[in-house]
Design a protein around this ligand. Sequence first.
Ligand code: CO8
Length: 262
Amino acid sequence: KAWIMAFETIIVDIEDHVALIKLNRPDALNALSQQLIGELQEALESADANDKVRCIVITGSEKAFAAGADIKEMSTMSFAEVNLSNLFADFGDRIQEIRKPVIAAVSGYALGGGCELAMACDFIIASETAKFGQPEINLGVIAGIGGSQRLTRAVGKAKSMDMNLTGRFMDAAEAERSGLVSRVVPAKKLMEEAMSAAQKIAEKSLIASRTAKEAVNRSFETTLREGLLFERRAFHSLFATEDQKEGMAAFAEKREPQFRDR
Ligand code: CO8
């Protein structure tokens, strides 16, 4: 667990093949400082490379998943500094590059970069207290890590324009209605629900779950015809795995499959 201890702004724990990454800057509602972004990226990449990890959960506190990029840190930055900062530039992309499934468990505020972080994950489970928003417009700027792109793909133009232009927040019920989150649960049940979803994913063949993630993500990048071709080829390729034989044999024999990532 050596690498786990080194972080100051996040807490990482691995339990039953699930890496739980908790954003931990309570005094700033988990605002995404450069340090936090760097540590989160490092933790995600380590978890992706760690054989013991089969699914990743990112969460914050009950009050805030993350209230955005750190405004105090950003406020005096020059064009050149923002422009040259790798951390901001490819943060969302690098999260999406993580090959293992990543769930965002959101309670309280997920604003600006916080909403964008959640959207860069594979799916969002929200507590009833969750509030999503892209309030950058109130600061004289706009979203910078996907708030105008991923949000639009998730909820459509009308709601995305509304949120990006007025800066208003969306509550959990509206977020679920709009397709931004996959499930809403009472605040007390959030971590139980997220960890149990992660556990379910962790029980699958990692080759299959990674391939499923890749295929769904592909749908955002290509035409239907190309996406379907990608999916079909990926489906065919899974018949080269032992896990496919095991999964189908277990079904026929009415037992639980024992996947070995082979
Ligand atoms: N950055 C820094 N500090 C923050 C942030 C933030 N985003 N959000 C909250 N804090 C701090 C507050 O300053 C306060 O600190 P202190 O006690 O020292 O004054 C502490 O957290 C608690 O916050 P509040 O007292 O404001 O708590 P409230 O419950 O009254 O309000 C809100 C909660 C509504 C969430 C409020 O804090 C708020 O509006 N926060 C800012 C939300 C926001 O505007 N987010 C967008 C930020 S911009 C962004 O994310 C851009 C990302 C793209 C960059 C990409 C570049 C390429």
